[in-house]
Write a new protein. Structure first.
Length: 302
């Protein structure tokens, strides 16, 4: 089934070329189906790239999805034209007038700052509080995960000595959870971050369950016991070249960043990397939408 987005959103043409069924608002209005309403709070500077990555995964299920892209009301974007945001995004203030079946809060390149030093922190906290009352399941990604764990549960983040970048294998920490249904015994998740959390801090919180961890990357997937909040420290949505482009960008700036682990063939930056996490990504998002959003939300919720 399709994802419902604006017909002139740049991601629309990209997804159509990949044979992902995209439905425009006009066509969706003719169908007597109550789609799942998903809000994406996109905090990444690369708006179009992140939109496309997430919509690609959300659009590969039997469910009809209606997407609302959300921008921070009091934040001025340095990388995205204001006209673009006005055209394709709703403001956080408009968000509060609606209810959603699911929400995704992305990462952001601000992880080396204290949370309270981020200029939109208060606005984001308001969104996270709103989600607890008006969204059936919220998926927090990378910095978004650290932000959600800190705001809701007081779990601190810790700066790493050097950036963690690469593809890291993970193992499940609990059996039978629907979010990891169909997963292999070990599975890859891309990581790109400067911070980490301590497992013992999570274990002290009785409201949380650790679903997966990595010997190298630490705790990677956490959920609340009521299934309303999912936290992932990595980026399953990343494209094949995303880590490479980040590495090239940083080295071109003269920054000393580590070579992404388990990524470039023979660790040669001139060789094309290949994706081996795509199947895991599609299964993860399909499971989230099915078991934590679709099957949990009443028909007349929104």
């Amino acid at each position: 089934m399709p994802i419902k987005i604006q017909s002139d959103l740049p991601a629309c043409k990209i997804l159509e070329k990949e044979n992902i069924f995209v439905m425009t608002e006009k066509r969706a209005d003719t169908q007597d189906i109550r789609p799942l309403k998903i809000a994406i709070v996109n905090l990444m500077p690369t708006k179009v790239e992140t939109e496309t990555q997430l919509l690609r995964l959300l659009g590969n299920t039997p469910l009809q999805i209606e997407i609302s892209l959300v921008r921070m009301e009091n934040h001025v974007s340095k990388n995205t034209d204001e006209d673009y945001l006005e055209k394709f995004y709703i403001s956080s203030n408009e968000l509060y007038t609606q209810k959603f079946d699911g929400m995704i809060i992305t990462g952001a390149p601000v992880e080396q700052l204290a949370f309270e030093s981020v200029d939109y922190w208060k606005d984001l906290c308001k969104i996270m509080d709103y989600a607890r009352e008006n969204v059936f399941s919220t998926l927090y990604l990378c910095w978004g995960a650290f932000a959600g764990l800190y705001h809701h549960y007081g779990i601190k983040k810790y700066l790493l000595d050097r950036k963690m970048s690469g593809i890291f294998m993970n193992e499940r920490c609990t059996e039978g959870d629907p979010l990891l249904r169909g997963f292999d015994d070990t599975f890859p998740i891309p990581q790109s971050r400067h911070t980490t959390l301590h497992k013992e801090d999570v274990e002290k919180c009785r409201e949380l369950v650790i679903l997966a961890e990595s010997a190298e990357a630490g705790v990677t997937i956490i959920k609340s016991k009521d299934n309303r909040e999912i936290f992932m420290t990595g980026h399953l949505e990343y494209d094949t070249m995303t880590l490479a482009n980040e590495f090239y960008r940083d080295t071109d700036k003269g920054m000393k960043v580590p070579l992404p682990k388990n990524y470039f063939p023979t660790n040669n930056v001139n060789r094309m990397p290949t994706s081996y996490w795509r199947a895991t990504a599609h299964l993860f998002y399909s499971n989230w939408l099915n078991y934590y959003v679709y099957q949990a939300t009443p028909f007349n919720f929104v």
